[in-house]
Design a protein around this ligand. Structure first.
Ligand SMILES: *Cc1c(COP(=O)(O)O)cnc(C)c1O
Length: 223
């Protein structure tokens, strides 16, 4: 497990591993964006990541992000925040106000709430549709058979739909799930693919990930 006291060193190692995976997959250098997953991470470690030049972060809860990031954004105007956790419809307004990218759109009702808020606030975050690639009953994400329809509906509502996101089942080989997500993206004409975490981001890059969400390999184990 990564040493929580060496965030800068961890970031360097993760960036190097991403560069290696890009090369191995014949991908262009810099084609994969690192989203540093900072849920539950205390402020001193966030500062270490910011000092090391990291600007893209992922949070899974609206309330936590609201407490942590607005003051940081004033110091780092190029900060980009991704929401990677499930979103309740009644938090759509806050999410549109806080995040530059919302990766967890998974149902029509939420699409309608986000579209109404985007219009009201005149803020248009990137939107990814989360697909439940493993069809796990307890997991967020739209069923793969309904993904195309949800993308179409979100686009029709005027949402800024850019990509797809998935979290494969914990115990499965992730590669077929990553490949399945890439196939849906190609079918519906979306370029961004958010897939791969600390344990499997290299495999995700091999399957075409454009965004990898890495937490514990940067910040250490979560308490
Ligand atoms: C926590 C989380 C991650 C990061 O997981 P690590 O294994 O710590 O890299 C990635 N994606 C989502 C959706 C998460 O909730």
């Amino acid at each position: 497990m990564a040493d929580a006291d060496d965030v800068a060193g961890n970031l360097e190692r993760v960036r190097a591993a991403i560069a290696r995976a890009e090369r191995d997959a014949g991908r262009a250098p810099g084609s994969v964006m690192l989203v540093a997953v900072s849920k539950t991470v205390p402020p001193d470690r966030l500062e270490a990541a910011l000092a090391a030049g990291q600007r893209v972060f992922g949070e899974n809860r609206v309330q936590e992000a609201k407490a942590k990031w607005p003051s940081v954004r004033q110091r780092f105007p190029d900060l980009r925040l991704h929401l990677i956790g499930p979103l309740q419809t009644n938090k759509a307004a806050e999410a549109v106000g806080l995040f530059d990218c919302i990766e967890s759109l998974d149902r029509p009702k939420l699409a309608r709430a986000l579209a109404a808020e985007a219009q009201k606030q005149d803020r248009h975050p990137d939107i990814y549709v989360q697909v439940n690639v493993g069809r796990e009953p307890q997991k967020a994400g739209v069923d793969p058979s309904e993904a195309d329809a949800l993308v179409a509906e979100a686009r029709a509502l005027g949402l800024n739909v850019q990509g797809l996101m998935c979290i494969p089942p914990f115990d499965d080989d992730p590669t077929p799930h990553f490949a399945a997500l890439a196939e849906v993206a190609q079918r519906v004409g979306l370029d961004a693919l958010s897939m791969g975490m600390s344990g499997d981001f290299e495999a995700a890059i091999a399957q075409g990930a454009t965004h990898v969400r890495v937490g514990s390999s940067i910040f250490g184990a979560r308490g």
